[in-house]
Design a protein around this ligand. Structure first.
Ligand code: FER
Length: 245
């Protein structure tokens, strides 16, 4: 494992590269966590191991305001994450030992995967949104965020959740402008969506809706699994590994 930072317009993005043993040249998958997440979560470690076993290098990167990357959590927005992801894609494309490039992300990172998939459609062999939280823009337009309600026409300066996070109003302002369907339509390559059927954060119905919208999508629902596949990381890993074999 190699640990380093990737610059994104002056923001340092914390990165770890895991290369299958003995591999010098081959495919690479960029892997991104979700909202309040980081690169050491169990489900992401399981996915990293599965991809490595399938002969794929994995580049885990933490986005603005998350993990050990630069920026304050409260100040993060989907535009900042998109800019970060574009920097990571540019970095990955500059590596001369990378053959095919893949993009995978969990939840808000899955939403990001859908957006950047559409924006950089030529760059990816396939994209892999895991439990993608692609309803965030829609619910922000309707005046809700992680169960907290607000007036969508008069955005508050700060949103506090019943958990322990605080978000700036810019998160909502940005999210309200994003239309994920447009980027879904622009990505015609293969898509693998893996989603817990019992997800209580992002209902499984959204995975079924995305599966119908993509031209070339495989949806695998994991029975009984929650948003982070807790206790079922092996099932998630098996699906991901199978996709690359
Ligand atoms: C929301 C629902 C889900 C939300 C974020 C998420 C910020 C993302 C969850 C995750 O990335 O795990 O309303 O608002």
């Amino acid at each position: 494992m190699k640990e380093f930072y990737i610059d994104s317009d002056g923001i340092k993005l914390h990165a770890k590269l895991d290369v299958p043993e003995g591999m010098e040249k081959g495919p690479l998958c960029i892997l991104i966590h979700g909202f309040t997440g980081h690169m050491e979560e169990d489900h992401l470690l399981a996915v990293t191991k599965a991809m490595n076993e399938a002969g794929v290098m994995v580049l885990r990167v933490e986005m603005y305001g998350h993990g050990e990357s630069g920026g304050e959590f409260k100040e993060h927005t989907l535009y900042k994450w998109v800019s970060n992801a574009l920097s990571v894609v540019k970095y990955a494309k500059s590596l001369d030992n990378v053959t095919d490039l893949y993009l995978c992300g969990h939840s808000q990172g899955g939403l990001l995967t859908m957006l950047v998939g559409g924006m950089c459609a030529d760059d990816f062999k396939a994209i892999i949104p895991l439990s993608p939280a692609w309803m965030i823009p829609e619910i922000c337009r309707e005046g809700e965020i992680l169960g907290t309600k607000f007036d969508p026409k008069h955005i508050p300066e700060i949103v506090k959740s019943t958990d322990d996070w605080t978000l700036g109003g810019d998160y909502i302002r940005v999210a309200q402008t994003i239309h994920v369907e447009d980027e879904i339509a622009r990505y015609e390559g293969p898509v693998l969506i893996v989603h817990g059927v019992n997800d209580e954060v992002v209902p499984y119905m959204y995975a079924e809706k995305a599966d119908k919208l993509y031209k070339n999508c495989k949806l695998v629902g994991i029975g009984g699994a929650d948003h982070c596949f807790i206790g079922q990381e092996d099932e998630l890993a098996a699906v991901v590994k199978e996709f690359f074999m």
